[in-house]
Design a protein around this ligand. Structure first.
Ligand SMILES: [Zn+2]
Length: 484
């Protein structure tokens, strides 16, 4: 019927009706077979909608306007759009902070051409990031509004009557879908951008293997854990939140303990650093500091990228210090000792323990809130699922993560503030315990140039997202330490 047709929608005791464009029919039809308590079509209804909605509905904005009656949906959509726009604004600020002149500290380290290249790299990455953000958010919103979650829920219910099995199918399908959907973006990043700027060393084979290993790990670790969460939220009543908190914490600690020996070697080859001048220099530094250096490893970072790094992982007898082969190849012995000293500084100042403790506390906070929201029918209805008792709580675990984003963002900011403070402390430790500030400063400069790091990020970008202080501020802090 071209030109429009009469329609009438009733939801949550409120009625909308009107005559509007033909496309509306298709939208309505897609909802027609869903027997949601809040969205029944063509049902008699006595109460009426508030005027603004009614007017909008008359203009043809329904049924999405009608959907907006669910406050959870309004919150989730606003958060998705708000975060995407805010992030784009910060990235734009960050780009506008770029200046063509090389900072005095880096004269002679960077030549003009390479400095320009580092800025081109940042510009290109930012552009891609913005476009990716808009595409991903739009697709996610479309997925929510067009009933994507409902579709996956129907599949899961079709597979089994058992709550835990349903939950595993539901989450498994979602994870698979989101990994596959993320692939093109990852491929573009690795094989187009990183390749163009000379960083990429990943072969298609390594890329495919990484993807498969990642999925398998997700199944092996994620599935039993998720099953346990469903079980406790289904059976433990008001105690579920703290039981799940304990379970997740124990699993997390166990994974941290075994990761260096069991998980990381799946992705990289760990070789004990060969005997020689470098090893003895590193060992004698560790000895001086009374630091047990049981595992000093060289890893094949060059398998994936030319970027260099060093890190400290695990605890107890699985504690390891891993130096990338790319780091060893490009740095002098003094610089490497200073980098090790920085890592030892993190351990000596108990940074890892402190961060772990904060992580555990925020997990508890998350489960405490989850306990409240997981029983709210509106949360399920926002995503097109039945929310009346008993709701499919496995889906609630996922839907809650949408509501949690602002809290996660706040905690993320707090964690990075703390992490930047820890970096200064570890730098200070290295300066105190090695031959002054110079080796670490030289090492950091080389790392920045080799990684084409942004030397002048916008302060807001640093505040919101940087886990490490900008290199110029680190250098300045170390120089002040050295002054008598
Ligand atoms: Zn550090």
């Amino acid at each position: 019927m071209p030109g429009g047709y009469a329609w009438r929608v009733c939801l949550a005791g409120r009625e909308v009706s009107g005559t509007r464009a033909p496309h509306l029919r298709n939208v309505l039809r897609s909802f027609q077979d869903r027997d949601n308590s809040w969205f029944n079509i063509n049902r008699e209804c006595t109460s009426s909608m508030p005027a603004p909605y009614k007017n909008l509905a008359r203009l043809g904005f329904s049924p999405y306007v009608a959907l907006m009656h669910n406050p959870y949906l309004v919150i989730v959509l606003s958060l998705l759009i708000g975060f995407t726009l805010f992030h784009m604004w910060i990235e734009w600020l960050n780009l506008s902070a770029l200046k063509p002149e090389i900072p005095a500290e880096f004269e002679g380290v960077y030549d003009a051409e390479k400095y320009a290249k580092s800025q081109a790299y940042l510009r290109e990455n930012t552009r891609v990031d913005m476009v990716t953000g808009v595409i991903k958010t739009s697709v996610l919103i479309a997925f929510i509004l067009l009933g994507g979650f409902r579709w996956i829920f129907d599949v899961a219910v079709g597979v089994s009557d058992h709550l835990i099995l349903q939950g595993l199918v539901f989450v498994g399908l979602l994870m698979l879908l989101s990994s596959v959907w993320g692939l093109p973006f990852q491929i573009y990043d690795t094989f187009v951008i990183e390749e163009k700027y000379g960083f990429n060393k990943t072969t298609p084979k390594t890329f495919v293997l990484d993807f498969i290993k990642g999925l398998l790990l997700g199944v092996v670790i994620g599935a039993p854990l998720f099953a346990a969460l469903i079980y406790f939220f289904d059976t433990a009543g008001g105690n579920a939140w703290w039981i799940c908190w304990v379970v997740v914490t124990v699993v997390q600690l166990f994974l941290m303990y075994v990761a260096p020996v069991v998980i990381l070697p799946l992705f990289n080859k760990f070789e004990p650093l060969e005997d020689g001048e470098l090893r003895s220099a590193l060992e004698s530094y560790a000895d001086e500091q009374g630091f047990q250096l049981s595992g000093l490893f060289k890893i094949d970072g060059s398998k994936r990228s030319t970027r260099a790094n060093a890190y400290f992982t695990g605890f107890g007898k699985n504690r390891r210090i891993a130096l990338y082969d790319t780091l060893i190849d490009n740095h002098s012995q003094d610089e490497l000792v200073a980098i090790l000293a920085h890592e030892v500084g993190h351990a000596k100042c108990k940074h890892i323990h402190k961060q772990l403790l904060i992580g555990i506390l925020s997990t508890g906070f998350l489960f405490g809130l989850l306990q409240h929201f997981i029983q709210q029918p509106g949360l399920y209805e926002a995503f097109g699922l039945p929310g009346e008792s008993p709701p499919p709580i496995y889906a609630g675990l996922i839907f809650f993560s949408f509501l949690y984003t602002p809290i996660a963002a706040l905690l993320g900011i707090l964690t990075s503030v703390l992490s930047r403070k820890f970096e200064y402390e570890a730098d200070a430790f290295a300066v105190r315990t090695t031959r002054g500030a110079n080796p670490l400063i030289q090492g950091l400069k080389k790392l920045s140039v080799d990684n084409l790091s942004n030397l002048t990020p916008h302060p807001w970008m640093v505040f919101l997202e940087y886990s490490h202080p900008p290199v110029l501020q680190r250098i300045q802090a170390m120089r002040t330490l050295e002054k008598p």
